[in-house]
Design a protein. Sequence first.
Lengths: 263, 358
Amino acid sequence: MRWGWQAIRLWTVLVYGFMFLPVAVVVLLSFNASQFGAFPMTGFSLRWFVELAQNDAIMRAFRTSIVLGLLTAAISTTLGVLASLALVRYRVPGANAISTLLIAPILVPEVVLAVALLLFLNFLGLHKSFALLLFGHVIFTLPFVILVVQARLIAIRRDVEEAAMSLGASPVQAFFQITLPLMLPAVLAGALFAFTISFDDITGTLFWKPGGVETVPTQIFAMLRNSISPEINALGTVMIVMTVGLPLLGAAIARHLARKSGT
Amino acid sequence: MSSVVLDNIVKRFGSFTAVHPTSLEIPEGTFLTLLGPSGCGKTTNLRMIAGLLDPTEGEILIGGRRVNDVPIHKRNLGIVFQNYALFPHKSVADNVAFGLKYRDVPKSEIAGRVQAALDLVQLPDVGGRYPRELSGGQQQRIALARAIVIEPDVLLLDEPLSALDANLREDMRVELKRIQDKIGVTTVFVTHDQSEALAMSDRIVVMSAGRVEQVGTPEEVYNRPASEFVANFLGASNILESRCTDTGRDAVQLDVPVFGAVPVPVDKAPEVRPGPAKLVLRAEKLLLLAEDAEAPGMVTAPAVVETVDYQGQTVRYFIRAGDRQLQAINMIDGHPFAKGTQVTAAFRPRDCAGLPGA
């Protein structure tokens, strides 16, 4: 029995190693002083990060990604909160069907969704644009927001809202004074999900982006076609920090808020 | 303070009728209890008065004004909910002050009124704390303070004691009544607990299946139940099929199997007419005596003890008299009767009530 457990431990280490070593290598090599992104390392340097900051194409892609991510987060969160409120707090005919439809983009393979939206817009005679790209990102980040916010909203008792209204708050005042503060951790978590997913996305973005617009992932993809520059390692490291760091930060904020509100 | 009038209100949910036509008048300053089992429509009535539900038919008047179309936040009501419904993200003081913000109360006055409300519920020092730091009983007191600080026209209490422990519940019951007496606000209290209803109310409305069964003072509904349902819901009663043989000026003669003739006072059997009738005999009014004991002025019958349910101060017996099983709750004098003992079951006719038979 003992060697069995040892074997499982070893296997676990191997699996995690297989998953995370490549990431570790990218991060490590981004600090390599050498021209070539390969071992052995010749010394510690931040020059690839500096070059990254001086590369216009990359900085443009960065700005695009951040603007796209922020807009996606703002729109998705607003729509998601409103949809959750409608589905949880009001009797909507066909609420289950609507809920399933809104969640569906998670279940459909992204490529299919990407092609479908493109064909649909072609059919309507619309051209690719930044707005279309944003639209696409909203569609597949919305389910995450709805799932998180809905779960929270169900846990907020209806009687606290009723109490607020009985004391003189109008329904809108009761929402901003009571419901929104109580669901804020979930709203923030949903917004963070939306931002990170949008920031990370490549499949849909490749289909939907208009010519000349690059996001960070599509920029990396384009650069990889030419050569493996050490700059890419640096860019990868920045991406990792953002996409791992932001949710961790968000979780910490949400925990803090939840502790404050005692729920 | 205002009176509340329900004028033929009806509430339907789809094809289900939760409240059948109901009319009630609640005079200013009254403590009125809606009492009944779950699903009897008592909470639906309360929520219609509150404005959380719209009546399907009928009118609701508060202080003489029709409020059917007035939304909840403009009705000036204080509501206390079963699960307190305090705002978890606001301090106790902010919870209590919440309603004052919507009432043009000058900022300088708010703190004073909040403190006065906290004093009234005997929790003067918790203003800076958060609801989660308080016990259930304390949270319910804060919920009460929050509801009364706005000087509501009507105070609505939706099973406010049922989430509390048994001991605490009795303390809160006394406390709640004390506060209501002090501020004199018209109060509608919803409960399924008969002892709460009997202890606190000026008037009790007993409800069953969306209908009002009886309205009266606690003494009236307890001693003169208007229906079999009321007799059984308020305490344990024995309902004995009988025949009315004569209705006199003072007493109604009921012929009860095994026990014989029982002259029930007319005011306790106002509806009984000659023919089939029912005798309502409360379990605590049915006395068990030794087999050969004398019981002057009482109606008696021989019986056998079948089950003994010992409860310390009292004991509950199930006895068999003839072919009927009866329930008797007696104080213990010495030792309780053992199972199988031959006893004399006795009661006074004036402790009974009569209902018309089916």
